[in-house]
Write a protein that binds this ligand. Structure first.
Ligand code: MCA
Ligand code: AMP
Length: 504
């Protein structure tokens, strides 16, 4: 096979008139039409002068055409770099420059703000709007809808996904054909996906969950997706009767449980509900079963590794656990200081090895060496334990990260911005329990001597540089930050002190 990922996800469906996408306006796109759309995009990309290995950065709304750019990149050997639509130009600028993207496709409404970003790093700039129009779409018009698939092998780079770092500098995780392919094939089998499945897709397509899990699994199985722009209760309720499966972050499930229309009648035909990206409270798992009779299947993954573990399809889906290592993947629990393996039942660092594990961070050999051991084990930064039945429990994190509604937010990035603001001496950014988002961001500030910062002004000042979901929902000024004898800020004390800030 010349391009295994392309063949498995896309190529094999050429000529198939089966439905791939059900769109919000009632239209459908067949597998064959989708592949032709991707072919036109691949020809456009080639004619723009892009060559195998070049990076294509994409910051657009969720639409079929955006998915076709992903398919076109796989087909033509380009490296797909999806970006959260909420990122500000300041955030995007780093990704474009660091990746050396040759092409940046953005929303038409943001073009004016992003011209300078593209120019600075010499990237071409094209647009793609939520309705599928845009300058990129114009370039695909009248192009041949077949494209000679680029020869690629399993080790070749197919995507670059940026994940923020605890030092405040984002790292591009390099994912190969094999990383994505092995995971998709494993999950199809484990979760028993077939061409009869219709997945209710309400996740964003710029992260692993919505793109490499939901979309790749559906494509590998030959199923279809009800492709809705974002999570919206009314459209979920309206579309559930036509779906067989759904994947979501825990917020999806808590929001559904808060709606009385979500009941057994609406869900009894469903085959599977999957949750991940953030901890699903055992309480949510139990309530969901009581309401619908379904046990949510919780799994655990990361941008760097795709999916690592899953509760069983057949067998007990145990609340508060993320199940067993996927076939072909090894998990071990180690002592954070020595790296020595710990016995079952002990809490330590979760490490993972397998064909799913990325090959390193883009142009960051030192960072790669810190997290990816020579023997292939990746140090996840998550803490956990394996119980006597082999289920993995995630008990905490060894990295300073907040997970809000399934998005990872690194406090360091926000603290660096807050510390720069006039009148602020220092800050500590923490995640506090939030009934809807799991955790939400709070900024604890210490003012310069004699200063009384205007918190509204401060919030406004940082909003230009930070995506909305990262912006603190609460800012508090306190006289000093608690520190240990090594002068390290004790965030655990702050988290305890302010634990009820977002509780209703
Ligand atoms: C939106 N806002 C948020 C979030 N999302 N704030 C904090 N955390 C968030 N996650 C902001 C909006 O800008 C808005 O601001 C305000 O909060 C309320 O918006 P709302 O309409 O309620 O939010 P929403 O649009 O409904 O979004 C919430 C959401 C969404 C549905 C939970 O964030 C989402 O789809 N999350 C999924 C994330 C995901 O796919 N993660 C996978 C990463 P304002 O009103 O002031 O303008 S991959 C991963 O983690 C690994 C690999 C894995 O294991 O899967
Ligand atoms: P990301 O960097 O966006 O890929 O997020 C990966 C992180 O999400 C992991 O390191 C975990 O901390 C967290 N995560 C993913 N799935 C789960 C889960 N089922 N339970 C708890 N945490 C999870």
């Amino acid at each position: 096979m010349s391009n295994p990922l392309y063949e498995t996800l896309f190529g094999k469906y050429a000529g198939h008139s089966t439905t791939f996408l059900y769109l919000p306006d009632g239209k459908t796109i067949s597998h064959d039409s989708f592949i032709r759309m991707a072919g036109r995009s691949a020809n456009a990309l080639r004619e723009m002068g892009l060559a195998v290995g070049d990076r294509v950065a994409v910051q657009v709304d969720k639409c079929a055409e955006a998915l076709a750019v992903y398919a076109a990149c796989v087909q033509s050997g380009l490296v797909y770099l999806p970006l959260n639509a909420a990122y500000t130009p300041a955030e995007v600028s780093y990704f474009i420059e660091d990746s050396g993207a040759k092409l940046f496709i953005c929303q038409g409404s943001k073009e004016d703000e992003l011209v300078a970003v593209a120019e600075k790093s010499g990237a071409l700039l094209e647009t793609l709007n939520a309705d599928g129009t845009g300058s990129f779409t114009e370039l695909t018009r009248n192009k041949d809808d077949t494209f000679k698939t680029a020869e690629r092998d399993g080790e070749d780079l197919v995507a670059l996904l940026y994940t923020s770092g605890t030092t405040g500098r984002s790292k591009g995780a390099m994912l190969s054909q094999n990383n994505l392919l092995s995971n998709a094939e494993t999950l199809v089998e484990l979760w028993q996906f077939t061409e009869r499945d219709v997945l209710l897709h309400a996740l964003p397509i710029f992260h692993t969950h919505g793109l490499f899990v939901a979309t790749n699994v559906t494509l590998a199985a030959g199923g279809s997706m009800i492709f809705i722009p974002k999570f919206d209760l009314d459209s979920i309720i309206e579309n559930l009767p036509n779906a067989t499966t759904m994947m979501g972050v825990p917020t999806f499930y808590t929001r559904l449980l808060n709606d009385s229309r979500f009941n057994k009648d609406l869900t009894q035909h469903m085959r599977l509900f999957v949750s991940g990206s953030a901890p699903l409270l055992a309480e949510t798992h139990v309530q969901f079963e009581a309401r619908t009779g379904h046990r949510i299947l919780e799994r655990y993954g990361m941008t760097e590794t795709n999916m690592n573990t899953s509760n069983p399809y057949d067998g007990e889906r145990r609340a508060g656990t993320v199940g067993f290592p996927l076939p072909g993947i090894e998990i071990k629990i180690t002592d954070s200081k020595t790296g020595e393996a710990l016995a079952d039942g002990e809490i330590g660092e979760i490490e993972v090895r397998g064909p799913n594990v990325f090959s390193g961070y883009w142009q960051m050999p030192e960072k790669t060496a810190e997290e990816l051991r020579k023997d292939g084990f990746f140090i996840t930064g998550d803490l956990g334990t394996i119980d006597s039945d082999g289920y993995l429990h995630i008990s905490g994190r060894n990295k300073d990260v907040i997970i809000s509604g399934g998005y990872n937010i690194y406090p360091k990035e926000i603290e660096m911005l807050l510390d720069e603001q006039p009148g602020i001496m220092e800050s500590a950014v923490i995640g506090l329990a939030h009934p809807d988002l799991g955790e939400a961001v709070a900024g604890i500030l210490v003012a310069e001597k004699g200063e009384t910062p205007d918190l509204d002004e401060l919030a406004k000042a940082i909003s230009a540089s930070l995506a909305k979901y990262k912006q603190p929902r609460k800012l508090l000024v306190i006289p000093e930050l608690p520190r240990n004898t090594m002068a390290k800020v004790q965030k655990n004390i702050l988290r305890q002190e302010y634990k009820d800030v977002f509780k209703q």
